[in-house]
Design a protein around this ligand. Structure first.
Ligand SMILES: Cc1ncc(COP(=O)(O)O)c(C=O)c1O
Length: 396
């Protein structure tokens, strides 16, 4: 068979998690919480199961959950989003992104994305014959070089995919990012945006600049969100896509054939929970405390943290510990120190290696403390040749 994705192998997340298991390491690689969920949420889902919500849900999602999402958006941004025609419930943000790409991309269309980029963007574009155009975020603040983006956009560009707050970098947008994106989009009538905002609530600047706030951008965007992130339930794969009616119509034409509908029990449970207990305001503070705990503990190490204004990931620069390639260094951290992370080069098409690793701090405090103690044990190894993580070891 001729592969549509010849360059795609096992993802680094699978590799690192498997290694973490094999060596009994603390897993800060994959982005999932290790703490229990809100018992109220558990009860809502159990109630939903007992109430018998176990058959197919409506194709676009249950009306009750779409109603609750509309309320959430209004409470947070004072924006009206129509539950019937502008919100579609998806199997996580991943399916929303894939479906939006499927609805938009024809063979030969160009799609702009910014590296380091979340791993599903590029292959999803290629599957539909699109051409991913990878631009780089500016290191080390990982902001978008909008002048470059402006130069690269042309008549063949169908989509710009953005991600704010940004995984893996932890960078967040300012008002200016919206203005610059609007300027570009306004010049091309067939250009659309997929705005990946799955970490909208994990925002330490306290103001999330969603593209929904900008009238022109809203009219051209598929904005994707994830309850997996917001409610600490990544395994439920529950997300949603907000888009204006005309775009939602096209989105649903694909959605009904690649999934048709999403887990009814979970949808009804989450709708019930949101109607009774939704307290999304505390999410940012909850994670900010975890970030601060991680940063404070790591300040005693040789790692240099980069700015983290959002998401539950923090990048650590390891140049003063080792000059190993980041993939090698990450593997040795697992084997010799017992902490798993993700090397950031894997998020670049050309494997740019700035010697930074991504650590997930969506963990119990005790997990963060144990992991950072281990990472601090590297502080006396400034010379990579003497380091237990030095070159000679890696070549053995
Ligand atoms: C930036 C980004 N987009 C999308 C996703 C996928 O979200 P979901 O698990 O809801 O499919 C993730 C998950 O890690 C992510 O980090």
């Amino acid at each position: 068979m001729i592969s549509k994705l010849p360059d795609t192998g096992t993802s680094i997340f699978t590799v690192m998690s498997a290694m973490a298991n094999e060596y009994g390491a603390i897993n800060l690689s994959q982005g999932f919480p290790d703490f229990p969920i809100d018992p109220n949420l558990e009860n809502s889902v159990l109630r939903s199961l007992k109430a018998g919500h176990v058959q197919y849900a409506p194709m676009a999602g249950r009306p009750d959950i779409r109603e609750q999402i509309s309320k959430l958006i209004y409470d947070r941004y004072k924006l009206s989003v129509l539950p019937d025609s502008e919100i579609t419930i998806t199997a996580g943000a991943t399916q929303a992104i894939f479906t939006a790409i499927a609805a938009l991309v024809n063979p030969g269309d160009e799609v702009i994305m910014f590296d380091p980029a979340y791993d599903c963007y590029d292959p999803s574009v290629k599957v539909f014959g699109g051409i991913p155009i990878h631009l780089k975020l500016k290191h080390p603040d990982y902001s978008i070089d909008w002048d470059e983006a402006e130069q690269k956009v042309n008549d063949k560009t169908r989509i710009i995919i953005t991600n704010n707050p940004h995984n893996p970098c932890g960078s967040v947008w300012t008002e200016n990012d919206l203005i610059r994106l609007e300027k570009i989009v306004s010049r091309y009538k067939n250009l659309y945006v997929i705005s990946d905002e799955v970490y909208e609530y994990i925002q330490f600047k306290k103001q999330h600049h969603t593209v929904l706030k900008n009238e022109l951008l809203r009219s051209r965007s598929f904005v994707v969100f994830s309850f997996g992130k917001t409610l600490h339930v990544t395994g439920w794969k529950l997300g949603y896509c907000i888009a204006p009616e005309a775009l939602t119509t096209e989105f649903r034409k694909v959605h009904q054939f690649n999934v048709f509908c999403v887990n009814n029990t979970i949808q009804a449970g989450v709708a019930d929970y949101l109607s009774r207990y939704a307290d999304t305001k505390s999410i940012a503070d909850f994670y900010q405390k975890k970030r601060d705990l991680f940063l404070q503990a790591i300040s005693k190490s040789k790692f240099k943290p980069l700015t983290c204004d959002g998401t539950y990931f923090c990048l650590l620069d390891f140049t003063s510990i080792s000059n190993e390639p980041d993939v090698e260094f990450a593997k040795q951290l697992i084997k010799e120190i017992g902490v798993a992370s993700i090397p950031v080069s894997v998020f670049y098409k050309d494997q740019t290696d700035n010697h930074v690793l991504r650590f997930c701090f969506a963990k119990k405090d005790e997990t963060i403390i144990k992991a950072t103690e281990k990472l601090c044990s590297l502080k006396n190894c400034p010379d990579s040749n003497q380091s237990i993580l030095g070159k000679q070891r890696s070549q053995l």
